[in-house]
Design a protein around this ligand. Structure first.
Ligand code: NAD
Length: 281
């Protein structure tokens, strides 16, 4: 079994980004990321702090907009429009989930697609599905980078994705399909999950349910990627029973230290790309 070490790869990627930021600054450009956080959800606060810190570490200028949970949809959209028009801001990130009274889709659509470094805007989703992406969503992009780093060939592989969310599952399916894998999507209504996973060359789980993927559900030599994040007591765990599944798999991501650090690294990478997209470099 080989560990898909997201911590090590993300460090390497961040070092490359740091060098790129120095070059950009020498030509008078400071990459800028605007991060919007609504309300005081502790998990969202933690993610925003991690992203801001990661920006600081590589020299990206990040501007935090923290707003109360009661903010109206229109007020939020007017802040986004202001950021769309600000040439110092290359990327805009709205930390999800949003409070219930705000229409997430309308907010995402209000972000200039050229600054949509999360790749959630329908324009960017559409481009990915059609096979000519502008921005790749950070989490599945990080997983693709792990496959690349470990020379894992995707063409012709049978991949099963468990979890069909907009953040991971759906864009992951498009990326794997674009890489000529055969993709099957599973979700809460899937009748017999094991029946789908047991023959898969690649199993990617993005659900948020500890021990969802057990040893009896994967075939010998499979590649297993665990996206899930759940708290069990004071421990952070994924969806995969790592201890037992790792005995059968050829490659597997740990939690923590697998997909999580890659997501942040790809956010930084997309922000650098945003400089090029917005400046036409
Ligand atoms: P989501 O929360 O939008 O959707 C979850 C999906 O899981 C849905 O399609 C649902 O149908 C499916 N599902 C729920 N219970 C299931 C079950 N018992 N069997 C099969 N499918 C089931 O998805 P998301 O936003 O991608 O988040 C999924 C998990 O990944 C969460 O734990 C989240 O915290 C984590 N996550 C981690 C990272 C990271 O960087 N490591 C990034 C994004 C999300």
């Amino acid at each position: 079994m080989i560990l898909l070490d997201g911590k090590a790869l993300s460090k390497k990627i961040r070092e490359g980004i740091k060098r790129k930021v120095v070059e950009l600054k020498q030509s008078g450009i400071i990459p800028g990321l605007a991060v919007i956080l609504i309300g005081d959800n502790p998990a969202s606060q933690l993610y925003v702090n991690m992203k801001t810190k990661a920006c600081e570490d590589v020299g990206i200028y990040s501007i935090n907009h923290r707003m109360p949970a009661e903010i109206s949809e229109d007020e939020l959209i007017s802040v986004i429009k202001m950021l769309n028009d600000n040439p110092m801001v290359h990327g805009i990130l709205v930390q999800l989930p949003l409070p219930k009274h705000i229409d997430e889709e309308r907010v995402i659509e209000s972000i200039d697609y050229k600054k949509d470094i999360d790749g959630f805007h329908p324009y960017n989703v559409g481009r990915l599905v059609r096979g000519y992406p502008l921005y790749y969503s950070c989490t599945p992009y990080g997983i693709m980078k792990l496959f690349e780093e470990y020379n894992i060939e995707l063409e012709g592989k049978d991949a099963v994705i468990v979890g069909a969310g907009n953040i991971t599952g759906k864009p992951m399916a498009s990326m794997l399909l674009n890489a000529n894998a055969t993709v099957q999507m599973c979700h809460i209504y899937t009748k017999d999950l094991k029946d789908k996973t047991i023959n898969a060359d690649i199993v990617i789980s993005a659900v948020g349910k500890p021990n969802l993927i057990t040893e009896d559900m994967v075939k010998e030599g499979s590649i297993v990627v665990d996206v899930g994040i759940s708290r069990v007591g004071d421990k952070v765990v994924g969806d995969v029973d790592f201890e037992n599944v790792s005995k059968k798999s050829s490659y597997i991501t740990p939690v923590p230290g697998g997909v999580g650090p890659m997501t942040i690294a790809m956010l930084l990478s997309n922000t650098i790309k945003a400089v090029e997209v917005n400046k036409g470099l």
